[in-house]
Ligand binder design. Structure first.
Ligand code: ADP
Ligand code: ADP
Length: 238
């Protein structure tokens, strides 16, 4: 199911206009990279698609629904169908990696004791399998606070893959990784999206990574979409 922004603007609480009249339409199963300088509005755009931020004007349609026409409860249900990959995943420092991955399916970050009871040891092989794809099996029982920024980003990706959502939104998912690892992890994300027919939208500041992994590139600058083209038509020197 598609994603659509029509004349969508976003004004943050401090009055900053992060997005101005953005039109964007993404079909089911597409893989799209959002590129642009820091402060351009990439995170804000992903926030609208995630149904996390409400537009100050215009319309948003996510997975065939208009999140801001729904009740809070229905909007929450819609969000559970979306997998978010954060630049810095908000994982509790003492949480084990395995718990962090399994909790993705519950749509939780922090896990109280009652939710922890919902996790079952028989789920651990599933978590181990996604972590293996990201070369992180040796950290299965590490605490999140023992991990580097790049390792935490990989836990965030593993969590979203394990969740197996209908839509994957990733905000600078590989920014703390070296180029080889970044390339590998984007491959894992893209292959997953392709295999599952999942729509994937990722913001990236590395243009070469965007061009290498995404068929469609959307350029954002000062709250506007400045281009929207197939990767093959985007100038490498951009
Ligand atoms: P990008 O992801 O491209 O770096 P952002 O969407 O984070 O861009 O930011 C777009 C603009 O909105 C910037 O001017 C930024 O300072 C501002 N902004 C982003 N988030 C907030 C917020 N929570 N409160 C106030 N201003 C914000
Ligand atoms: P949290 O860090 O969130 O408190 P736990 O440390 O309780 O999470 O671990 C989460 C899950 O991983 C539990 O099911 C626990 O039994 C299992 N687990 C933790 N450490 C190990 C270990 N060394 N070997 C096998 N299973 C473990």
């Amino acid at each position: 199911m598609s994603l659509r922004l029509s004349g969508a603007s976003l004004q943050h609480g401090n009055g900053v206009h992060a997005l101005r009249g953005v039109d964007l339409s993404i079909d089911a199963g597409e893989r799209v990279a959002i590129i642009g300088p820091s402060g351009a509005g990439k995170s804000s755009l992903l926030g609208l698609l995630a149904s996390a931020l409400m537009p100050s004007a215009g319309a948003v349609e996510v997975l065939g629904q208009q999140p801001w026409q729904l009740s809070a409860r229905a909007r929450q249900r819609l969000r559970t169908r979306i997998g978010l990959v954060h630049q810095a995943p908000p994982l509790p420092p003492r949480q084990r990696v395995v718990t962090a991955v399994l909790a993705g399916k519950l749509g939780q970050w922090g896990l109280g004791r009652s939710l922890l009871n919902l996790l079952h040891p028989s789920d651990i092989p599933g978590a181990r399998e996604v972590l293996a794809r990201l070369d992180l099996t040796d950290k299965l029982f590490a605490q999140c606070q023992q991990l580097s920024g790049g390792q935490l980003q990989r836990v965030g990706i593993a969590r979203a893959l394990y969740q197996d959502p209908e839509l994957l939104l990733a905000d600078e998912p590989v920014s703390a990784m070296d180029p080889v690892l970044a390339d590998h992890c984007l491959n894992v994300l893209c292959r997953h999206a392709e295999a599952r027919g999942v729509t994937l939208v990722a913001s990236l500041h590395a243009v070469d990574l965007a061009l290498a992994h995404f068929p469609r590139i959307v350029g954002v600058r000062e709250g506007h979409i400045v281009f929207d083209r197939p990767a093959a038509e985007v100038d490498q020197a951009l």
